[in-house]
Write a protein that binds this ligand. Sequence first.
Ligand code: GUN
Ligand code: FE
Length: 466
Amino acid sequence: MAATISQIFYGTLIHSLSLTELEFIHNALLGVDNQGKIAFLERNVSNEQTLRDIIKKWRTTEDKVVRLTNRQFLLPGFVDTHTHAPQYPNAGIGMDLPLLDWLNKYTFPLEQSFSSTKFAEKIYPIVVNHLLRCGTTTAVYFATIHLESSKILAKVVQQKGQRGFIGKVNMDCNSTETYVETMESSVKDTEQFVEYVLSLKNESTDESSLVTPIITPRFAISCTSKLMNSLGEIAKKHKIPIQSHLSENTAEVATVNELFPHHADYTTVYDHHKLLNHRTIMAHCIHLSPQERKLIKERNVGISHCPNSNFALCSGVCNVRQLLDEGIKVGLGTDISGGFSKSILDSIRNASIASRVIYISSKTNDKVYPHLTLPELTYLATMGGAQLVNLEDVIGNFTVGKEFDALLIDSEAEGSSMQIFDDIDTIDRIFEKFMFLGDERNIKAVFVKGRKVSGTDITNLEANSY
Ligand code: GUN
Ligand code: FE
């Protein structure tokens, strides 16, 4: 029995097949079923008769077809593998301090405001709306230490239809006086939070709940050994992912070495507490030693590369080429508000620049690290992120059977910063321009699991010129 088709797209599709293979599918006809899955993908459908035949074969009708112009295309949705929802009000301010001082002066006081659920109710819907508008179909969030506000974030993500991993932050030491938990309350609240988010997942009748809890020790500095052990156990019991920060800043690394003198290095501290496995995402990882990278690879931990934040807080420049060469999983993160931009397009651009900085400084050395290419950047923003959240078989590209998380890009949207020249700009040039010049104005519609979660009406796109 064929699936019921709810929507069909006709036009150009662009997606990653692998780290180095970027595929352009011209005259593609892609059908989404009523479960939000990609039911079919036909290539080179160059005439109306073939189109009608395919539609007939799937027992559906032509009014379901959204026809893209030759200035529009579909991309897989972006995955933001590391961001702090409560820090959004600080995005764009406070770039005068390095990490540890920045946390104390700007970040902890703002996060403390989320002891008020009213504040959470005001801020979190704005954050999720803005991220969706920027094409972030999947986001991996840090909330704050507060149970009730963290629940609100999970609920908002669910209601708005974003795919989300939401973590209640844990910190029971080395913080400010007012922004800290006891070990006992941290564990108890985390258990309650996990139960709550899992119940959202289960109670969902329309299968639209895409939220998952993620265990979130802030970083080794703000967690006692006892707390980290308990968190490792909770993650194991529920088979849920873990996220934290690792080796972002040299003063941070030195502090961890002082706090945990019995362990060989920062990465080993997490490993000792059973926090490193294939479901773990570690943000930054700029200053890792070869032994630490080996351990990361052995444990199959994913790294969230947050280049805007790494530049803004002067933390360092991560050598992503080296991580990829060593077979480590990498995705992109905005790290709001360490990073000032909420958009993965910005992460793509800063990842490109960071890789060029590494390349330039390696050129005179024995080992040269080539900068990231357009196919690689595309992969990191989509498939790479999907791998980090263990959804590489569910999202990340337009393989039949995967769920339809997608962006409808319009290079000629009103107010667009992309200048398209008729006789010069082929679709591959238009795609490259979008990656470096486009913004949310060019993201006409955003789909998660087949459902439009942001954007304008797409029912009357201009007839195309195929
Ligand atoms: N390390 C510990 N907490 C944070 C945070 O909120 N942002 C960043 N960038 N690094 C951290
Ligand atoms: Fe962060």
